[in-house]
Write a protein that binds this ligand. Structure first.
Ligand code: IDP
Ligand code: MG
Length: 169
């Protein structure tokens, strides 16, 4: 079995419901290593890029609002993003997360225990979990820069930039 990495997001409904601790405890059953972690205010561009394979779905606009936490407002309009690494990581984490539809998810999984379907029909299922290695690589590179991870899991390169950068005043 191979070492894999994946992106986990605690979605804004998980943040709003104060489930961060419960979710991390449940995920820790998989005995994986966290190699990146941060809080993110999700821009519309990031949301649309993350879910680009679902752009033709009837629920796409609601899904983008949901991952941005639009309906919750501050201070819940954010996600907590993690990169986990370990043996067979993707299947193990998806088992703990549960099925996409929270009503069909195993009741002891995260989505089964804490998810719901909104009156607008959005599956508020508390966590995002990459579904295969290529999706995981795309998502990790989208959400994290190389220096935000404790391991160099993909090839990197050094470039010269003249980009303005915000630093502490
Ligand atoms: P996944 O999150 O289990 O990988 P995907 O099919 O990649 O499931 O869908 C991404 C997200 O879009 C889901 O987690 C859920 O929030 C939402 N979603 C997926 N399918 C539906 C649907 O049929 N109705 C409403 N929301 C959905
Ligand atoms: Mg998916």
């Amino acid at each position: 079995m191979a070492v894999e990495r994946l992106l986990i997001l605690i979605k804004p409904d998980g943040v709003k419901k104060s489930l961060t601790g419960n979710i991390l405890t449940k995920l820790s059953e998989a005995k994986l290593t966290i190699i990146g972690a941060k809080a993110v205010k999700v821009s519309r561009e990031l949301a649309a890029e993350h879910y680009k394979q679902l752009s033709d779905k009837p629920f796409f606009n609601e899904l983008i609002d949901y991952i941005q936490g639009k309906m919750y407002g501050a201070p819940y309009d954010r996600v907590f993003a993690f990169v986990y690494q370990g043996e067979d990581a993707i299947a193990r984490m998806r088992r703990i997360a549960g099925a996409t539809n929270p009503e069909e998810a195993d009741p002891v999984s995260i989505r089964g225990a804490y998810g719901r379907i909104t009156t607008k029909g959005v599956y508020e299922n508390v966590v995002h979990c990459s579904s295969d290695t290529s999706e995981a690589e795309r998502e990790i590179k989208l959400w994290f820069s190389p220096e935000e991870l404790t391991e160099e899991i993909y090839p990197t390169k050094i470039i010269d930039t003249t980009i303005k950068k915000k630093v502490w005043a």
